[in-house]
Ligand binder design. Structure first.
Ligand SMILES: *Cc1c(COP(=O)(O)O)cnc(C)c1O
Length: 364
């Protein structure tokens, strides 16, 4: 029996070096050595995010949603108006977090898989908004949004721009300084290919000023504490120490090989998968897919049948919930996957299609 393979968009298959880093003995974190590690992580992460200016990074022990909530809490005061691009589960998550913390939310609602265009933004000019929140890659539908469009809108309108790049970081090109983003959110378990448990918020100089002035009704997620402690290479609370050490090593290797090369590897894998898929009974949900995920609309058989038949063979793809449950499933291209893994998955998909009589039984 071959080992199980995760074609899920997080957590992902970890490479051998990361597994070995995770097996090392625990260390104490209130030490100069660990402080040096945290500072190094911030420096390497900034470079990977294309943050070349005064940006600072808060390292949060908590999954990506903790970082999303931290941004909402620390950058906006109750009663302020925000725009949220909502094209799926993660856009909806921003809507719910913002509403919970008493912001006035106007949604830019997109259908699943629909691309964002200038015409979606135009009606919201001079709408009295303070900021805009968007997921660069709406991972629930595999749809990548055009950030340069959003960045220029926010520049014109003087809005704070908060980007959740959890699903796109290291899979699709992105540069914080070039786009002038105010907050950029990433997490450990997607293309960074570490175990789940850490999330990161990079803040522009302007966003750091907001953090100092907005009253925060949270103890754990008060970013003032994170920024203050980070100046001496520490975190306010006990971090996931082992993960931070794995992060430093992973970022060192990443910089050795280059961020652009890492993105290109994910892209190559995604294109290889999509090419091998031709002739099989699937449509793509979106015309602007991220390199991270391929969202498949099966013709003739319910998505759940593919998901469970694949899982029985140790191949894990990602089912959807809600309105998309009976329409799509997703295949991730992150982590330590190979072209042979793609072939194995496509062969399995073909066999399932044949089983349901959707293809001839002979090989092509
Ligand atoms: C994975 C993901 C998240 C974070 O989810 P967690 O389960 O909290 O880590 C948030 N936004 C996007 C776009 C994601 O892909």
């Amino acid at each position: 029996m071959l080992p199980p393979v995760l074609f899920t968009p997080g957590p992902v298959v970890l490479d051998g070096a990361t597994l070995r880093d995770g097996a090392e003995p625990m260390i104490y974190h209130r030490t100069p050595e660990f402080s040096a590690c945290v500072r190094h992580c911030e420096e390497l992460l900034k470079a990977a995010l294309g943050a070349h200016g005064e940006e600072r990074i808060a390292i949060i022990t908590g999954s990506g949603t903790a970082a999303m909530e931290a941004c909402v809490l620390n950058l906006f005061a109750a009663g302020e108006r925000v725009l949220v691009v909502n094209g799926g589960d993660f856009g909806q998550r921003f809507v719910e977090i913002a509403a919970l913390h008493d912001l006035h939310v106007t949604e830019i609602k997109l259908a699943p898989g629909q691309s964002l265009t200038a015409s979606h933004l135009a009606p919201h000019r001079r709408g009295g908004f303070r900021g805009l929140l968007i997921n660069h890659h709406e991972t629930s539908t595999g749809t990548l949004y055009d950030l340069s469009l959003v960045a220029s809108f926010c520049r014109d309108e003087a809005l704070l721009l908060i980007v959740d790049a959890i699903g796109s970081f290291l899979a699709d090109p992105l540069s914080m300084s070039e786009l002038g983003l105010d907050a950029l959110i990433v997490s450990s378990q997607k293309a960074l290919a570490l175990p789940p448990g850490l999330s990161f918020v990079a803040l522009s100089a302007r966003a750091q000023a907001c953090v100092q002035s907005v009253p925060v009704r949270s103890f754990y997620l008060d970013l003032k504490r994170y920024l203050a402690d980070a100046t001496r290479g520490q975190t306010p609370f006990t971090p996931a120490v082992g993960l931070v050490r794995q992060l430093e090593r992973r970022l060192e290797r990443l910089h050795g090989g280059g961020v652009a090369a890492q993105i290109e590897a994910v892209r190559t894998r995604a294109l290889d998968f999509r090419r091998k898929l031709s002739g099989l009974p699937f449509d793509l949900l979106t015309s602007t897919p991220s390199n991270a995920v391929t969202p498949l609309v099966p013709r003739g058989v319910a998505p759940a049948r593919y998901v469970s038949a694949l899982a029985a063979q140790g191949l894990f793809v990602c089912p959807n919930g809600g309105e998309l449950r009976d329409r799509i499933f997703r295949v991730g291209h992150l982590g330590d996957l190979s072209s042979e893994d793609n072939t194995r998955l496509v062969d399995a998909l073909r066999a399932i299609g044949q089983h349901y009589g959707l293809l001839g039984t002979s090989e092509e």
